[in-house]
Design a binder for this molecule. Structure first.
Ligand code: GLU
Length: 282
């Protein structure tokens, strides 16, 4: 069993991150498996080495350890490009020049009805679908042609196994749900050329041999499209364990701006790692 905690170094860790990391670490220990740390720093504008240092410090303080060197996404951009090239060679990718404004305008046409929202935001109306890769211009995004992608799937669709408490069991992913509920997701961003989260996470999990993805239940809805990408790339599909979210007293999930609940603040106030475990209900 290999699992991972994959924070983005864009701010201090809070109680929600502590719960996620501890859940993964405890599950790995119970199974005699391995807990990995991975830095998801493809968002170059927001990721900072200082946050990365603080994350490592906080996690060590909590009593966690992991094999080194830690995989940092920005050190392995070639792996993402190779995965994108495989999807493009299979005819599943097209360039797209649409801005958010273009997408909104296309969707506000009178015949369109209310826009559908999937795990990647508003469903893309398909304006650039069918453009050949050779027509790619500088600054274009790359999108997955979902209707083509699902043609490669077995008749019954795909499935994945969830061991988390809220959605425990086997889940089916059908071609219709992907085409109608997810649509043509971005694989590489406009202007920045950064690889999109869904693709990066799937490639990294496969390259690190992750067998169980432990993360918050807010990412449950992103799982079908990630299972699809893993299947298209010929990966072994991991199991998933989506855990509950830690919320503040008003029921809102914690965010990086909640510095009052950051681990560094609790550390400075003299709390111990067992106090943190108790606070998150472990
Ligand atoms: N880097 C993502 C986050 O901080 C985690 C993604 C994942 O665990 O799949 O939300």
């Amino acid at each position: 069993m290999i699992t991972r905690f994959a924070p983005s170094p864009t701010g201090p860790l809070h109680l929600g991150h502590a719960f996620s990391a501890l859940t993964g670490f405890d599950r790995a220990r119970a199974a005699g498996g391995t807990f990995l740390l991975r830095m998801e720093d493809i968002d170059r504008a927001r990721s900072k080495p200082d946050w990365e240092r603080l994350i490592v410090e906080d996690l060590h303080w909590l009593g966690l350890d992991w094999p080194t060197p830690v995989r940092r996404q920005s050190d392995h951009l070639d792996d993402f490009e190779a995965a994108l090239a495989r999807l493009a060679d299979a005819g599943l990718v097209y360039p797209c020049s649409c801005t958010r404004g273009d997408i909104r305008a296309a969707l506000s046409a009178p015949q369109e009805g209310a826009p559908m929202v999937g795990p990647d935001g508003i469903l893309y109306p398909g304006t650039c679908r069918g453009r050949p890769m050779a027509s790619r211009r500088e600054g274009d995004a790359l999108r997955l042609d979902m209707a083509r992608a699902v043609e490669a799937l077995p008749a019954g669709g795909l499935s994945f196994f969830e061991s988390g408490p809220e959605q425990c069991g086997s889940h089916r992913v059908t071609a219709e749900s992907l085409v109608e509920g997810t649509g043509d997701i971005v694989l590489e961003r406009r202007q920045t050329g950064e690889v999109a989260y869904h693709l990066a996470v799937v490639v990294d999990d496969a390259l690190q041999g992750v067998t169980e993805v432990v993360r918050g239940v807010d990412l449950f809805a992103a799982t079908p499209v990630q299972v699809l990408l893993g299947t298209l790339l010929g990966h072994n599909i991991p199991q998933y364990h989506h855990h509950r979210l830690i919320r503040d007293e008003r029921g809102r999930r914690l965010a990086k701006r909640d510095d009052a609940r950051s681990l560094r603040t609790y550390r400075a106030e003299g709390l111990t790692p067992s106090d943190i475990r108790a606070k998150v209900g472990l």
